[in-house]
Design a protein around this ligand. Structure first.
Ligand code: G16
Length: 573
């Protein structure tokens, strides 16, 4: 007898999780994300969808993460993780959105049955799920709704507790590769911390010890990650955690964390009396998947080292190791960015050989870091899923969003090549071992602030770079990010990797006219997939001009679409 959908148990439990009227949910850039107190029905339904996804993939374990990452504390969200630890396949995002919006229990069941038919899901297959949440106060209730979903369909669900988003991604791949030749790691936090810290220690052996690193944990789950990894790192790296108040109401991501630093281009006020000139510091975001570095110069001035600077540092380091290992020409390193990438970073990466043009202090050192191999650089729409897939096309694909979200991927062929390559000199052997250690240090499932932090520290240790020297790789073009609250952000549609608007009609031409008036001007507008806003980016040669351009474009957006005058961007020009 073919297995049937347990309609009765689904219907009964679904009645406990009714969809609120007048809310339209959308699976966006990183899953569903909105106010935590309206998400109950979504979590229940996602529980069932995760189980169906697992059945569709022959019982592979699917991940579910309950988080709203960089968003304010009152928001929450949920996203699904596919078996190799990557983001959910795009076609299923559409299923997720329609299931979340089914008005009643019977509509929901009808849609489930339609999905089972159209996706040819064999219900007799097992359903395996692993799930976790961050530290948000709304988390426990939402997890309870999710668990009702698992119960309703009879999924075998493992609770990974409170942990970072990247650790959940790591668990998913580790569970699914257990006992295979591609075994990714042990599916426990201990396995994760051991894997990362052992690789890090190998990479920095013999290098001068770096001074302690100040870590802003955004008052989120990263605080737990940082405190847990510290004993594993021992003397190899001293971390000084700040903003670790995970239970203080309202503290999460508030005037701290990677998004605050990147958007406001400022030091978190809580670090003002902590950070000494020249000292390195970094900020994680609320679920520890983003990382931004910074330092104060001798005059106490703040300098940010964002995702673009991380990409430049890491990509050049990998290119150099590939060359030193005798694998130049055999392993192509590529970089993937989004429209938010600073114009200078794209130029730096695309012309790696001429980096000295952008360097004013460390000319010799940077020239040595350069390679004759030109780095291919691609631009894709915002969202890790887009960057990740594009990076998979390279032998080593380095991807970072300017907001600090990113990683590096070593293709299976590259991994094999590294494992089988026979070095002919001791120097080649050392470089090869470093590359192999990097494949273990880097969380290749998704951007991971803790893993990325150790990666950055590795390169800094190898190069004996301070923040200042790293910063000198290229000079950022001044830029400004502005959020505009509009009546309907879905009216904004883009093309050309989000660099141009196709709707509302006529708006792009007005933006083009404005941009022309600014030296080195660049601007684009796109709807956010995680917040109910439209984002505006402006870049120009002079800071005041970048600010003016961004706010003028924000003004165009606002005037075009109308909205509540109270939400008019403050610094309107
Ligand atoms: C998520 C995505 C990122 C994206 C960010 C902002 O990050 O994973 O890829 O850059 O949202 O997206 P948007 O501009 O569409 O709001 P996180 O750290 O919030 O999960």
């Amino acid at each position: 007898m073919t297995a049937q959908l347990p309609v009765e148990s689904i219907s009964k439990l679904s009645e406990l999780h009714p969809k609120p009227n007048h809310i339209r949910f959308q699976y966006g850039t990183a899953g569903f994300r909105t106010l935590g107190n309206v998400l109950d029905s979504v979590l229940f339904r996602v529980g069932i969808l995760a189980a169906l996804r697992s059945k569709r993939l022959d019982g592979k374990t699917i991940g579910v993460m309950v988080t709203a990452s960089h968003n304010p504390e009152h928001d929450n969200g949920v996203k699904l993780v596919d078996p190799r630890g990557e983001m959910l396949e795009a076609a299923w995002e559409v299923h997720a959105t329609s299931l979340a919006n089914a008005a009643t229990t019977s509509d929901f069941v009808e849609q489930l049955e339609a999905l089972i038919r159209s996706a040819k899901i064999d219900l007799s297959k097992p359903a395996r799920v692993v799930y976790a949440r961050d530290t948000r106060p709304s988390g426990p209730a939402l997890v309870a709704a999710l668990e009702d979903g698992f119960k309703a369909i009879g999924a075998d669900a493992r609770n990974a507790g409170v942990t970072t988003t990247p650790i959940l991604h790591y668990f998913v791949r580790s569970i699914n590769t257990k006992g295979t030749k591609n075994e990714y790691g042990e599916d426990s936090e201990d396995g994760y911390f051991t894997k990362l810290s052992s690789a890090f220690k190998k990479l920095v052996t013999g290098k001068p010890q770096l001074p302690p690193l100040v870590v802003d944990c955004a008052n989120g789950v990263g605080a737990e990650g940082i405190s847990k990894i510290s004993p594993y790192l021992g003397e190899s790296l001293t971390l000084i955690p700040h903003n670790t108040a995970t239970t203080t109401p309202g503290a999460l991501n508030n005037a701290c964390g990677a998004d605050y630093v990147k958007t406001s281009q400022k030091l978190p006020p809580s670090l003002a009396s902590v950070l000494k000139p020249g000292q390195r510091a970094c900020s994680l975001d609320g679920d520890a998947d983003r990382l931004i570095y910074y330092y104060l110069d001798d005059r106490g001035q703040f300098h940010m080292l964002d995702g673009d600077k991380i990409a430049a540092l890491v990509a050049a380091f990998i290119v150099e190791l590939v060359k030193s290992a005798g694998l130049e020409g055999e392993i192509q390193v590529g970089v993937v960015q989004t429209a938010y990438a600073n114009g200078s970073s794209t130029k730096y990466l695309a012309e790696v050989r001429s980096t000295h043009l952008f360097v004013y202090r460390m000319r010799d050192r940077v020239d040595r870091l350069s390679s004759p191999q030109r780095l291919p650089v691609r631009c894709v729409p915002t969202g890790v899923k887009h960057l990740h897939h594009a990076a998979e096309h390279f032998a080593v694909g380095v991807y970072f969003e300017a907001n600090g979200h990113g990683t590096a991927l070593f293709s299976p062929e590259t991994q094999e090549k590294l494992e089988s390559h026979e070095p002919t000199t001791p120097a080649q052997s050392t470089a090869l071992n470093h590359l192999l250690s990097l494949t273990r240090l880097i969380n290749q499932t998704v951007g991971d602030a803790i893993s990325d932090m150790l990666l950055v520290e590795t390169v800094l240790a190898h190069k004996s770079y301070s923040g200042l020297e790293w910063d000198s790789l290229y000079v950022d073009l001044p830029n400004r990010l502005v959020k505009v609250v509009v009546v309907d952000r879905h009216a904004f549609k883009t093309e050309d990797a989000e660099r141009r608007l196709v709707s509302p009609k006529g708006l792009q031409a007005k933006i083009d006219d404005l941009v022309k008036r600014y030296d080195g001007g660049r601007s684009f507008v796109r709807p956010s997939g995680t917040e109910d806003v439209v984002r505006v980016y402006g870049e120009a040669v002079i800071k005041s001009q970048a600010d003016e351009l961004a706010f003028r474009v924000a003004g165009l957006v606002y005037d075009e679409t109308g909205g509540d005058p109270a939400t008019r961007p403050k610094e309107f020009i």
